[in-house]
Design a protein around this ligand. Structure first.
Ligand code: SAH
Ligand code: MG
Length: 194
């Protein structure tokens, strides 16, 4: 029987990029206030963030979460079962680019936390399924400072390009009110206003 703290420790040991404590704190404040019924997460990893978020769900609320790495899906399912959260957290295994078009929502919250180069595509899918007054949260949007600096290694180029386009799309979208925090690795918070 693993506790949530053991899940966290193990993920850190295995270099799985789980949500940072300070980011979780910010997201927690927002979720607490919103008390969402439905959350969509893109990027489950081992289920750590979904498990943390689940305590803010309304009575019959649930989280749909997508992960393409089958080993991580296996571990996430185990973690979720150990904590008796199977009725609240549903894992969809596969590439989010293929799974998202099959989902309909609507969702009160979308948490984007997967391939950085794909954030603009994830945003379009999130907008399609987001409820009015819903919130899109996106982690790692400043990517260790690379997004706001003009020198980037080849390895990071696709990610940085995707994140810059994503932030531009957020800011230019008249239906969204967006705030970008430097918390953790950068957290974008966008509320759908009409
Ligand atoms: N939200 C988790 C951490 C997610 S790490 C937490 O905070 O606990 C990002 C995860 O996204 C990785 O496990 C990676 O395998 C997955 N991922 C990246 N691109 C993806 C894609 N296109 N479709 C589905 N999963 C993806
Ligand atoms: Mg992250």
């Amino acid at each position: 029987m693993e506790t949530i703290e053991q899940i966290r420790q193990k993920a850190i040991l295995n270099h799985i990029p789980i949500i940072m404590d300070e980011t979780l704190q910010e997201v927690g404040k927002i979720l607490q206030e919103l008390n969402p019924k439905t959350i969509l997460e893109i990027g489950t990893a081992v289920g750590y963030s979904a498990i943390r978020f689940s305590k803010y769900l309304s009575e019959d609320g649930y989280i749909d979460t997508i992960e393409r790495d089958s080993e991580r899906v296996k571990e996430a399912k185990q973690n979720i079962a150990n904590l008796n959260l199977e009725n609240k957290i549903h894992i969809f295994e596969g590439d989010a680019l293929e799974i998202l078009p099959k989902l309909n929502g609507p969702y009160d919250v979308v948490f984007i936390d997967a391939a950085k180069g794909k954030y603009p595509i994830f945003l379009n899918e999130a907008l399609r399924m987001l409820r009015n007054n819903g919130i899109i949260l996106a982690d790692n949007v400043l990517y260790k400072g690379y997004v706001m600096s003009d020198y980037n290694k080849h390895k990071q180029r696709t990610a940085v390009r995707g994140l810059r386009e994503f932030l531009k799309n957020l800011q230019e979208n008249k239906n969204l009110s967006t705030e970008i925090l430097e918390t953790g690795d950068g957290l974008a918070i966008s509320r759908k206003i009409n």
